[in-house]
Design a protein around this ligand. Structure first.
Ligand code: ARG
Ligand code: ZN
Length: 421
């Protein structure tokens, strides 16, 4: 009897072992500091064009900011030579990614399903259990729904939080997790649900606005990142092409300047735009959801990491802005001020193409294009200045709480702005 039980308990781990886990042993993260336009141009081709085919963890297109790239052990000597030849200042930010991945894995304890624990990253299943718990406890104030199913048929759930009303209520949509490895994004979405449903001070606000939260838009990718490859970014559709590569960048799959700059037609690329607009069920689901609720939606925030930015459209091209861009900058600045008050963290309000890089077919541009006024992408912690110490996507679990608390104030600020209009 007991050995049957322990066998069952071991099962998830053995499945994991059979399918393999990418250990990243010997991989390094280089932080690059471009000082000229030539440097920027060079860094822009590290993923495609120079033959390095590196995973660019954070790209930038501004002199004075930093970019991080992941370098496999076999390419380290080559990249150092090339960076030196091109006079690019760099620093090895992480000298063994494998050590961090292993440490992080050891710290992955399962939280109590059904409760909210701000010190752990949840499995997809535990995230969903938490949604069920909240929805079942707060009947009519919280309703649960499904925007669609992922490629591997996982339900993509959302909660609507707000008191029923006979009057018109505007709404704000928070979407998180379209990029699998950005774990702090779903964690922040769960924290937001927790705060809104347990702290009475938000009740008044929620009588006049509804907040929709989709805490994990890419559950397949998220689970893949947890169980097989920590730095997985895309969905898990496929395989495609002669190399049988998996996944599409969900944030390149939307029909607004689809397949324009900052996307790739190569299915093996991390920014592969998919087979066509909305080819991914995850993107199609989100698009359907937004169109269905378009009449009430006044704001949309896509949660990502990392960098500490509040990004506004358009993102497909530099120096191209919507006509009401002043309103967005004004709202973005208010959000940044609300965030800074919490723990002093400074978010930069900037246009996504000017501040980071052009990237077409993203959720934010799409939301704006269908008429949602206040549309942003938030790049959560670590912020630019902390990146070296905090290791990019692998934000330590002790930092979830602080990161989520400050982002939450930014979200509430936008809800207040929308409600007051
Ligand atoms: N880090 C995000 C990405 O690469 C930024 C998206 C910003 N929005 C945009 N439309 N470019 O997908
Ligand atoms: Zn992202």
């Amino acid at each position: 009897m007991y050995w049957v039980l322990s066998l069952l308990l071991l099962l998830p781990y053995s499945i994991n072992a059979i399918e393999g886990y990418k250990n990243y042993s010997g991989y390094q993260i280089f932080q690059l500091s471009p000082q000229t336009d030539k440097h920027l141009e060079y860094i822009g081709k590290l993923d495609e064009g120079l033959g390095f085919e590196l995973d660019v963890l954070r790209a930038v297109n501004k002199i004075g900011s930093h970019s991080e790239v992941l370098v496999p052990p076999g390419k380290i000597n080559h990249i150092i030579r090339s960076l030196t030849d091109n006079n690019i200042t760099y620093e090895v930010a992480v000298d063994d990614v494998g050590a961090i991945v292993a440490r992080e894995r050891r710290a992955l304890a399962n939280p109590n399903p059904g409760t909210f624990d701000p010190f752990h990253y949840y499995s997809y299943e535990d995230q969903m259990k938490y949604l069920d718990f909240v929805a079942s406890r707060r009947f009519s104030f919280v309703t649960q729904g499904i925007i669609g199913y992922s490629s591997e048929r996982r339900p993509i759930k959302f909660l609507r939080i707000g008191f029923p009303s006979r009057q018109f209520k505007p709404s704000l949509v928070i979407e998180a997790g379209i990029h699998a490895r950005e774990w702090i994004a779903p964690a922040t979405a769960l924290h937001t649900i927790h705060e809104l449903t347990t702290d009475g001070v938000y009740e008044n606000l929620l009588k006049t606005i509804d907040i929709y939260i989709i805490p994990n838009t890419n559950p397949d990718g998220y689970e893949y990142s947890r169980l097989h490859d920590r730095l997985w970014r895309k969905t898990r559709s496929g395989p495609r092409g002669p190399q049988r590569c998996f996944g599409t960048d969900g944030n390149r799959n939307f029909p607004y300047f689809y397949a324009f700059d900052g996307t790739s037609r190569d299915p093996c690329s991390d920014i592969f735009h998919g087979d066509g607009p909305l080819s991914e069920p995850e993107a199609a689901g989100l698009s359907r959801f937004l169109l269905a609720h378009k009449k009430t939606i006044r704001g949309f925030i896509s949660l990502h990491s990392y960098g500490g930015n509040i990004l506004y459209p358009w993102g497909h091209k530099k120096r191209t802005y919507p006509e009401d861009v002043r309103d967005l900058i004004w709202a973005g600045n208010r959000m940044a001020a609300a965030i800074e008050k919490v723990h002093g963290t400074k978010y930069k309000v900037e246009n996504s193409a000017d501040g980071l890089y052009p990237a077409a077919g993203a959720t934010d541009d799409y939301a704006k294009s269908i008429g949602i006024k206040y549309t942003f992408t938030m790049e959560l912690r670590p912020t630019d200045s902390e990146t070296l110490a905090k290791r990019g996507f692998e934000l330590p679990p002790q930092e979830i709480k602080g990161a989520a608390e400050e982002a939450f104030e930014g979200i509430v600020e936008l809800a207040i702005i929308i409600r007051n209009e």
